[in-house]
Design a protein around this ligand. Structure first.
Ligand SMILES: Cc1cc2nc3c(=O)[nH]c(=O)nc-3n(C[C@H](O)[C@H](O)[C@H](O)COP(=O)(O)OP(=O)(O)OC[C@H]3O[C@@H](n4cnc5c(N)ncnc54)[C@H](O)[C@@H]3O)c2cc1C
Length: 379
């Protein structure tokens, strides 16, 4: 059998978008995943993910997010399904936690990204769902919103298959030399892109594990009041509330409000039951009491327990394996990769075909922790 042109391992948003872009560049591509792409354990498959250009002082991701918004609109038109809701995004700058928000406003001014700056009183008048008592000010980015995440993965997969791509089920492992193995045999191709998300750390104990941490995150969906549409995406934006270590998305297509209090948790990717944690329930209720008085007494109607893989500087990984020069590692989500998916896939495809080199920030070597003010994610 001829050696295949390109193999992409991993069918989350990073792998699917890379596979699609490689196929569109004329490559013969096989995408392999352990489970059916879109499965519940993957990081990419909650109902929805926020898309916003808000990235502190980081111009690179701000521009990528602006481009990704257009790409998602194109994909949505192409697939004929709703993938993007432009409900806007609000960052709440809490007293004493404004560095990242101040830096975001400067970046937006410089790059011409549309936004509004509201005082606490103006925020409450514009978005009465929020109690703004502890807020210094807010930034509202109107050309932001949410991507329907599970549907986005499935749409990308469908477009990939329409472009001639093949999808196979299989568990790719690595040997002691971090060489790829499938069904007991070396996995070989001109190009192999490994986009296995949080699983990449255990697959690459020498190359990826030392620069990453895998963190479980449990998020809950809360019901909206009977007969009241004010918490739906038509009337409420996504939000980021760094001072409260929270973010969230309004109710969409009946999902309930996703008010996520981030409590970093341990997770066993393959063996944990994906159930609600008691602590998250208590902390989410207390957050809702503080920020959303109109949701007090509402019930948890759904939940998601999945994970992020964090790099020290929260930059993604797009780099060649140091010993295997046909293996390109692509991921390092750091809690913000989903929205960039179409641009990320396009970039990885170009690096994989050696049309250009990777960006310095995506290299495996030389990672260091950034201060919250420097960080693209404010972490
Ligand atoms: C709670 C939460 C909220 C988030 N919010 C946002 C947000 O608002 N906006 C945003 O942009 N991002 C957000 N993110 C981050 C975003 O979801 C991730 O960065 C992104 O989904 C990562 O995609 P991925 O393709 O790298 O990984 P995954 O989606 O996990 O995909 C990896 C795939 O690889 C497969 N795989 C793994 N190992 C193997 C193997 N050995 N062989 C074969 N296949 C394998 C898996 O089965 C899986 O399908 C959030 C993440 C979390 C957890």
């Amino acid at each position: 059998m001829a050696r295949p042109g390109a193999v992409v391992v991993g069918g989350g948003i990073a792998g699917v978008m890379t596979a699609l872009e490689l196929a569109r560049r004329g490559e013969s591509v096989t995408l392999i995943d352990r489970w059916e792409p879109g499965h519940s354990r993957a990081s990419s498959t909650d109902y929805n993910r926020v898309i916003r250009a808000i990235h502190g002082r980081d111009e690179f991701y701000t521009l990528w997010a602006r481009e990704a918004r257009l790409r998602w609109m194109e994909l949505q038109a192409e697939i004929g399904q709703r993938l993007y809701y432009e409900c806007g995004a609000l960052i709440l700058a809490t007293q004493g936690h404004c560095h990242w928000e101040d830096a975001t406003a400067e970046t937006f001014d410089k790059l011409g990204v549309p936004y509004y700056r509201f005082s606490a009183a103006e925020t409450a008048a514009r978005f009465p769902q929020f109690d703004t008592t502890s807020i210094a000010y807010s930034l509202y980015e109107p050309e932001a919103g949410m991507i329907m995440a599970h549907r986005g993965v499935r749409a990308g997969l469908e477009l990939f298959q329409r472009a001639g791509g093949r999808v196979e089920r299989g568990h790719v492992t690595t040997d002691a030399d971090e060489r790829l193995v499938l069904n007991g045999k070396p996995l070989d191709a001109d190009l192999i892109v490994v986009a296995t998300g949080p699983w990449m750390a255990d697959m690459y104990p020498r190359t990826v594990k030392p620069i990453t941490a895998v963190v479980g995150v449990n998020v809950l969906y809360t019901s909206t009041p009977d007969g009241d549409a004010s918490f739906d995406q038509e009337n409420m934006p996504c939000w980021i509330d760094h001072g409260e270590k929270s973010f969230g998305l309004p109710s969409t297509e009946g999902s309930g409000v996703k008010a996520a209090v981030v409590i970093p948790d341990k997770i066993d990717l393959d063996n944990d039951e994906r159930l609600i944690r008691r602590e998250t329930l208590a902390r989410t209720r207390s957050y809702i009491r503080k920020r959303f008085p109109g949701l007090v007494g509402q019930k948890v109607v759904d939940s998601k327990f999945n994970q992020i893989i964090l790099t020290p500087d929260t930059h993604f990984i797009v780099d060649w394996h140091p010993k295997h020069d046909n293996v390109l590692l692509a991921g390092g989500c750091s809690g913000h990769l989903y929205k960039h998916g179409p641009v990320f896939g396009d970039f990885v495809a170009g690096v994989g075909r050696r049309e250009y080199g990777t960006a310095d920030r995506f290299k495996i070597a030389g990672r260091r922790k950034l201060s919250p003010a420097e960080s693209p994610s404010g972490r």
